[in-house]
Design a protein around this ligand. Sequence first.
Ligand SMILES: [Zn+2]
Length: 139
Amino acid sequence: MPFRYFGKINYTPYTKVAEFADELHKGNLVGSKCNDCGEKSFPPRADCANCMSGDFKLVKVKPNGTLVTFTTIHSPPDGFEDIAPYTLGLVDLEEGGRLLSWFENTEPEDIKIGMKVKVIPKIFEEIEEIKLYYALEKE
Ligand SMILES: [Zn+2]
């Protein structure tokens, strides 16, 4: 199954890590673990960055991380006008891997570099083009 949850227009007809979207839809954050050398990656990679093996399995990743940096968007791109201003955060996950997402349910004055955050899988019911995403919340 392709990344159907990421939108109706999909330029990725097939991917070995498509289960990533299925797991996110179920509320699970998953990364990949190489079956040959054990290297972990988030987001999941079909081919190991360490040994180039294509043999991997998906493993659950703890949703806890540390905020590396953040920025608040006041002039958003098309399609995001109704949620601006919003704050994007770059997060290093406890178990390795880095991701970018926006904050929800967190007061702007509480957002500080180095703070502990949690990554929460979410589903947009009201926006047809993007159905699945994850948000950051203060831990
Ligand atoms: Zn490997």
